[in-house]
Design a protein around this ligand. Sequence first.
Ligand SMILES: Nc1ncnc2c1ncn2[C@@H]1O[C@H](COP(=O)(O)OP(=O)(O)O)[C@@H](O)[C@H]1O
Ligand SMILES: [Mg+2]
Length: 485
Amino acid sequence: MSWNCATRTVRRERGNVKRSITIRLVLMFALAALVTFSLIGAALYGVLVRELIRHQNDDLNLNLQNLRYSIEHVGIAERWTRVQAKMDTLTPSDGRLRFWVLSDDPRFQYGKGLDRIEGMSQEADGHGTILLPPNGQMLRTLSLRIEPYEDRPAVRLIVGVDVAPLEHTLHAFLTALVLLLLSAVLVVMLLGYWIAHLGLQPLKQLSKEAQGLRPQTLSQRLHTENLPVELSDLAVAFNGALGRLQAAYQQLEAFNADVAHELRTPLANLIGGTQVALSRQRTAPQFQEVLQSNLEELDRLRSIINDMLFLARADQGEAATGLTEACVAREVNKTIEFFEFVLDDKGITVAVQGELSAQAAINIPLFRRALSNLLQNAIEHSAAGACLVVEIRNQAEAVWIRVSNPGVRIAATHLPRLFDRFYRVDASRHDEGLHHGHGLGLAIVKAVASMHGGSVAAISVDGVTTIAFSVPSLEAAFEAVAHST
Ligand SMILES: Nc1ncnc2c1ncn2[C@@H]1O[C@H](COP(=O)(O)OP(=O)(O)O)[C@@H](O)[C@H]1O
Ligand SMILES: [Mg+2]
């Protein structure tokens, strides 16, 4: 026998018995069948009891009326013998039907063991029961008083019928009913198992398909065409999750390739520079120059790695800590001061406009890092003598910082991807070494914004490119704190 581990059902996991839908369905079917058949059985049993008793009562009544007619006009002891003979003929040999006539006059009596009758009960309508000794035979009785006539005093006529045959019938019926009920429940359980097995077939198919999915086949999707409605929703949701997973996986793969590519250039520069330096005799100043250039490349490597570590932390949902109430315009001006020399070099001016009194709850170093990245891009993408604008706007519980610069318009297709890691509109500029960034600047702006609970935006119209990020305004930050406490 061969065991297929992949398709074997694991029934226990961390000490818990796994619940089987099939077994639950079978038990539910069995319970439903038990309740239904029990109710039907109880109703049938009730009808049978009622009918059998009615039949016995009819029998008693018929015999009682028949004898009453014979006794009523008997007034002398000589004619009583004919009545006795009639009752003898009517009494069957098995004792199933019995007659008694009780009277004060011993000449007008009938029936044996009257003095030994025990447990006789009598109801108002004449019905009753008698327990006959010596073996405790139980009879259902019907009695009637017959008025005196001529010589005969008043007599009581009693007809009794044995209840044992009725009880036997009921007992046999009940036994058959219970056996039928158990067999029916068993059949329903077997049918239920088969139905559940058939009904769950699409689920098994789905699970088999899902088991076949591998990172190499992430483009595959579960087939939803022939699935029942209940499962097709699940399969569609699963396919949606697969799609998102595939996109994330592809992004990760592309990111890995980008990282490798990004690290390769400075490394190649380092190796190339060092090899050239070592290829012949060098003076100390020449080696110093090579080491200086190597240091620049190593710096670049360190900066890429630091940026990537920062983005990885932001990816894990790290929020900005050490939030301070800050005047946004003040922080903007302080950041611009760092660019003083570059701005002077290129003859570029920066105007800070908008709501200069806006306040926000920010982590100041992170805020400056994001704004520096935007300013760096704006300076890099504007011609000498241009005028940059930093606009501060307090909008719907957020303070927006928008950096605009005149320059080449960015096509709309690129705008949504500007904040992706290593995404560059013009890759050739980078390859030609005209560019100093390593494609993570805007990704870091987005990470800083989201660490503050803000967002980013980019627009490029009429030769002006505006890239913006937001941080929560002071009021919004206060409200958030009030809600959380
Ligand atoms: N102000 C801007 N004007 C035009 N293009 C821009 C501007 N800012 C960013 N970009 C485009 O977005 C890309 C991504 O920017 P960024 O993430 O800072 O990376 P990097 O500056 O290292 O290329 C840049 O390569 C550039 O093509
Ligand atoms: Mg940049």
